[in-house]
Design a protein. Sequence first.
Length: 263
Amino acid sequence: MPIAEVNGQRLYYEDTGGAGPPVIFSHGLFMDHEMFAPQVAALKDRYRCITWDERGHAGTATDTLAPFSYYDSADDLAALLAHLGVERAVLAGMSQGGFLSLRCALTHPEVVRALILIDTQAGQEDPERLAGHMQLANAWASTGLSDEMAAIIEGIILGENWPGAGAWKAKWKTIKPVNMLGCMNTLATRDDVTPRLGEITVPTLVIHGDADAAIELDLARTLATGVKGAELVVVPGAGHAANLTHPETVNPAIERFLDALPA
């Protein structure tokens, strides 16, 4: 099992290898490296695709989880790249993965060739929505994840009636409360980096589903406006995990963006 012992963590990762330009994919909350399978399949022949499990998730999760911030996760990402001998990479992040990728671009700009930000934002959670999320998380921690709760999470992340939802709901039921609550606390206490978006000067692609129930499309527009020269691609009918549920639209946008990057 590929593990990088870096930054005080044991990070699970997968690496297609090869001589192509590297792209590192960072997943969303309650997801893992497998959510980028459609992108890896499409890109691996020409690009070195690296996926990993973040703190508290899947192959990186442990029985204890110390409090951490997305700046810590950004440090994890930079340390993983160094471990793999990668000097610069395209950072592709979905939701939470976008939070940490943005912070990596701000704190480790030397490792960032470009950014692909999928269904994410620069600001903080809406307080009303966050209260609902925390209520669900506390119920999950006390009684376990019921089918009803799993269906709510499915709707938020995957949208309605996506055929692959069953496998993800089964994964969610295996998440330990210590990891779930710790990751929720990181989400809830993150800072607002909107005022710092002007510091990001690398090519940036913002991809967002127009049916995203977790992060409204207007927040993607704010993100794309804040990063000079950023391009916004709207995915019709897609929810929060647009790259997973609508790869037929997302993959061509990513390929076009990557192919146009300066060497």
